[in-house]
Design a binder for this molecule. Structure first.
Ligand code: NAG
Ligand code: NAG
Ligand code: NAG
Ligand code: NAG
Length: 368
C-alpha cells in the first residue's frame, strides 16, 4: 500500500509539432531515444498502437499503420490488430478477452482482469515488480517512477525499442543497452565500454570506440525516460493536468509527484487534498477518478454545463448539456439553470460558475 501509484489517464496527445521541438510522449522522449539508436531504427509509440517512429539522422519521423492494423515493435512491422499485443491508447483493453489479464498502461505495474470482454477488476503489481504483457503476470523489475504530466507512462525502454539490438544512452557516452528476450519477457541489459581507452559506445559503429564529440553528441545528461520536470520555487505545488488526485511539490529543483488519499482531489484554491465533491481541481483533469457514478461534472467555472461519461476503465468522454441547463452529478443529468446557484457552493468542480458564464474571458472549447 505504500507503493507509489502512478494514476493517469490516456487522453489526447499534446506533443510539440513545430520543427525542431523534441517529440515527447509523456515521460518518453522519442527524440532523445532516436539519438541513441542506429539510423533507420523504428520505435513504438505509447500514445497509439497504430503509430510508430522511424529514426532518421534528423530525428524521429512519425508513421502510421493502416486502419485495423497495429504496429508490433518487436517484429518491426504492422500486423492485423488482433495479432498484436498492444494496449497503448486502446479504449477497452479487455475487448475480445475472457478470463485473462491485460496491462493498465496508465499506471506503472497496473493491470486489469478481463471477463467476457470487460474489465472485472484492476490491480497493481507489488513494489519492485511490473506487469509483463507476454506472460500476463507480475515479474521482477522496476518501472520508471517519474510522473508524467502528459498522461502516458513508459515503464521500460524495452516497451518501445526493438529487442536484440544495442543502443546508447544520453546520460553517459560509455553506457550501452539491449533488450533481451527471456521466458519472463523482455529484459533490459546494460553495460559500459571500458576496454583500453575505448570508453565510448558508438551507435553508428555498434561497438566501443574512442571518445569524440561526434560519437558522444547524444549525451545531454537528460535521461532517455523519466527526465524529471525541473522547477525553481521550493515547496511550490502544482496540480496534475490529467489526474485530479495527483500534484507535484517542488523539492530541490525537481517536481516530486504526490498523491492525495483515495477519494480526495488536489484543490487549486487551498492547495491541499480535499474530498472529491468539494474540491476544485485543475481544469481539464479527469474527474472519473474515484467517481462512483457513470456521469460526472467536468471542471467548469463558466456555466457548469460540461460533463464526462466514464467508461469501466475510468476513461472520460466529454459532453455538454443543452442551453439553459447545467450538469447535476447527484441527479446524473442536465438540470435547469434555476438550480445552479444552490449547486455551485456544494460542488467544487463548478466553483465560479453562473448562468451568464462565470468569467468574462472568451474561452475556446473542444480540448480536454
Ligand atoms: C528530449 O531530448 C532532446 C534530445 O536529446 C533534448 O534536447 C530535450 O531537451 C529533451 N526534452 C526533455 C523534456 O527531456
Ligand atoms: C469466460 O471465462 C469464464 C471463466 O473461465 C467461463 O466461465 C465463461 O464461460 C467464459 N465465457 C465465454 C463466453 O467463453
Ligand atoms: C456555456 O458557456 C459556453 C462558453 O461561454 C457557451 O458556449 C455554452 O453555450 C454555454 N452553455 C450553456 C448550456 O449555457
Ligand atoms: C473581466 O472582469 C473584470 C472585473 O470583473 C475586469 O477587470 C476585466 O477587465 C474583465 N475582462 C475582460 C476581458 O472583459
Amino acid at each position: 500500500m505504500t507503493g507509489k501509484l502512478l494514476l493517469a489517464t490516456i487522453l489526447c496527445l499534446m506533443g510539440g509539432q513545430a520543427l525542431g521541438d523534441a517529440i515527447l510522449e509523456g515521460n518518453y522522449n522519442v527524440t532523445a531515444v532516436c539519438t541513441a539508436v542506429r539510423v533507420g531504427t523504428q520505435l513504438g509509440s505509447i500514445e497509439s498502437c497504430q503509430t510508430y517512429y522511424v529514426c532518421q539522422s534528423t530525428g524521429p519521423v512519425q508513421s502510421s499503420c493502416q486502419s485495423g492494423f497495429s504496429y508490433d515493435y518487436k517484429r518491426g512491422s504492422c500486423y492485423p490488430s488482433s495479432e498484436v499485443d498492444c494496449f497503448w491508447g486502446v479504449e477497452n483493453p479487455c475487448a475480445g478477452k475472457n478470463n485473462t489479464w491485460v496491462p493498465n498502461t496508465a499506471v506503472c505495474g497496473g493491470y486489469f482482469y478481463c471477463l467476457e470482454g470487460k474489465s472485472a477488476g484492476s490491480g497493481n503489481c507489488p513494489m519492485n515488480q511490473k506487469f509483463d504483457t507476454t506472460t500476463k503476470a507480475c515479474v521482477y523489475g522496476s518501472c520508471s517512477n517519474t510522473q508524467s504530466t502528459d498522461g502516458v507512462v513508459l515503464g521500460s525502454l524495452c516497451d518501445v525499442v526493438p529487442p536484440g539490438q544495442y543502443f546508447g544512452d544520453t546520460e553517459s557516452c560509455s553506457i550501452w543497452h539491449y533488450c533481451e528476450s527471456t521466458s519472463t519477457g523482455l529484459v533490459l541489459q546494460s553495460g559500459k565500454c571500458s576496454t583500453n581507452e575505448q570508453t565510448a559506445y558508438s551507435v553508428l559503429a555498434n561497438q566501443c570506440t574512442y571518445e569524440s564529440a561526434s560519437v558522444c553528441s547524444r549525451v545531454t545528461k537528460v535521461p532517455l525516460i523519466g527526465g524529471a520536470v525541473s522547477c525553481s520555487s521550493n515547496g511550490a505545488k502544482t496540480g496534475d493536468s490529467k489526474v485530479c488526485g495527483t500534484y507535484y511539490v517542488c523539492t530541490n529543483g525537481q517536481n516530486v509527484a504526490t498523491y492525495c488519499p483515495s477519494g480526495y482531489y488536489y484543490d487549486v484554491d487551498s492547495e491541499n487534498c480535499v474530498t472529491r465533491q468539494s474540491a476544485t481541481p485543475v481544469e481539464g483533469c479527469n474527474r472519473c477518478q474515484y467517481a462512483t457514478t457513470m456521469f460526472v461534472n467536468a471542471v467548469d467555472s463558466d456555466n457548469c454545463s460540461t460533463y464526462y461519461y466514464c467508461n469501466s476503465q475510468g476513461q472520460a468522454t466529454l459532453n455538454t448539456c443543452p442551453a439553459d441547463t447545467f450538469f447535476d452529478e447527484s441527479r446524473q443529468g442536465c438540470k435547469s439553470d434555476n438550480d445552479l446557484s444552490t449547486y455551485v457552493p456544494l460542488n467544487g468542480a463548478c466553483k465560479g460558475a453562473s448562468v451568464d458564464g462565470g468569467d468574462n474571458e472568451s474561452t475556446t472549447e473542444g480540448t480536454v
